[in-house]
Design a protein around this ligand. Structure first.
Ligand code: CAP
Ligand code: MG
Length: 425
């Protein structure tokens, strides 16, 4: 009654299409059989035929595995949009990224990419600001936005935290963020930290004449996140940061709705992502997850550095950045599918992790300027501390944008010279 594999099927514009890497189990008779089981378990079927199935249900809802590439072990499945509650991303993932990862019929399964049909895209707000909106708010017109993360990750009290931020802003950085595991601690309470740090931010803006941004980490239960977002707004803040995978997809959707009529940029930290994105044979690509985060409406999203301390090769990072910044994607159908974004604004990619000023030439070469570059240890680890670390970062970006080498620039920039001395291998 139900044919899950139909190699003659041509997806229509209403289908949601998913591309998977599939390594079948040794005792599974064929890739086609594995493909059939994936299509079945992710939609209307189960391990055996059932008497409660009907021709009508099959006709309306059966997906079609329409592409099987044994050489690259890639399959594509087209799902009727009726299988999904369009504005419920949790349900969509429970279907196409749910039970199937655990089936014995496959050894490994990686969700490579998803093409969302127009009807589903239309149900999501997307980013409120977009790259242009962020540049307008931060008054940083062309160069990358430069930021740091307060280090140690946790441990400072509210006043010490605010001082580190003020030093970074005075040294020339645009943005300072909380680390992913700093929320409201016994030694550093969220409300007091936000109050003290935004006062420091106001002082730094007056001193430098530049717009300065603080990104407090509101990660918590949804009700608390809403309270914390209001605390940030009440203290004059314009950004919040959230650990998107530890708070969960439905909390993010609700938070984005809640912030719709508030002037707040959402910075998405992806802590925990590597538990399911890193394995090239199993899990979900950061590219697919980044698409979901753009749909839900993250304004800024960590996507990798290529050159820093975290895993993430050049090809993957560049394609991930492409799918969250461009309005129309023509995929190669090996690592990336097509995607029309309609009116969904762009998400600004963030490169962070193991970066120092010495990485800036490569960062600009590979990733360009429509980025946020963040330096944690690469700022506070400067031989003369945070403010000089921030100056070295600004000097390095100026050097690259002027077309001179870091060494050349260092001849007239002692802070950069000291950074080179410490970190040049
Ligand atoms: C960087 C960082 C970032 C990760 C994020 C950290 O600090 O604050 O959270 O790099 O990685 O805690 O490691 P450093 P990703 O600059 O001192 O390394 O963006 O890949 O998720
Ligand atoms: Mg961190």
């Amino acid at each position: 009654m139900v044919d899950y594999v139909d190699l003659s099927y041509e997806p229509n514009e209403n289908d949601l299409v998913v591309m998977y890497f599939v390594e079948k189990a040794v005792d599974c008779e064929s890739l086609e059989k594995a493909c059939e089981e994936i299509a079945k378990e992710s939609s209307i079927g189960t391990w055996t035929d059932i008497l409660t199935m009907s021709a009508d249900i099959a006709e309306r809802l059966e997906p079609s595995a329409f592409y099987i590439d044994p050489q690259n072990q890639i399959i594509k499945i087209a799902y009727s949009e009726e299988l999904f509650e369009a504005d419920n991303m949790s349900q969509i993932l429970s279907a196409i990224a749910g039970n199937i990862f655990g089936m014995k019929v496959i050894n490994n399964l990686r969700l490579l990419d998803i093409t969302f049909p127009k009807y589903i895209v239309s149900k999501y707000k997307g980013p409120k600001f977009g790259i242009n909106g962020i540049r307008k708010l931060t008054k940083v017109e062309k160069r990358p936005l430069l930021g740091t993360i307060v280090k140690p990750k946790v441990g400072l009290n509210e006043i010490e935290h605010a001082k580190v931020c003020e030093d970074a802003w005075m040294g020339g950085l645009d943005i300072v963020k909380d680390d992913e595991n700093l929320t409201s601690m016994v030694f550093n309470k969220f409300n007091k930290r936000v109050e003290e740090t935004l006062k420091a931010r106001n002082r730094a803006e007056i001193e430098t004449g530049e717009k300065k941004i603080y990104m407090p980490n509101i990660t918590a239960k949804l009700s608390i996140m809403k309270e914390r977002a209001n605390t940030v707004i009440d203290n004059g803040g314009e950004y919040i940061m959230v650990d998107i995978f530890t708070v969960g997809i439905s909390a993010l959707q609700d938070l984005r709705d809640y912030l719709e009529d508030k002037n707040v940029v959402i910075h998405a930290h992806r802590a925990m992502h590597a538990a399911f994105t890193r394995n090239k044979k199993h899990g979900i690509t950061m590219l697919a997850l980044a698409k979901i985060m753009r749909l839900i409406g993250m304004d800024q999203l960590h996507t990798g550095t290529i050159v820093g301390k975290m895993e993430g090769d050049k090809h993957e990072v560049l394609e991930t950045n492409q799918v969250i910044t461009e309005s129309k994607i023509k995929g190669n159908h090996i690592t990336m599918l097509d995607q029309e974004w309609g009116n969904i604004k762009s998400t600004l990619p963030v490169a962070s992790g193991g970066l120092s000023p010495l990485h800036i030439p490569d960062l600009i070469k590979y990733l360009g300027s429509d980025m946020v570059y963040q330096f944690g240890g690469g700022c506070h680890g400067h031989p003369n501390g945070t403010e000089t670390g921030a100056k070295a970062i600004r000097q390095a970006i100026d050097a690259v944008l002027e077309g001179s080498s870091l060494e050349e620039k260092a001849k007239t920039s002692p802070e950069l010279k000291d950074a080179i001395k410490k970190w040049r291998k």
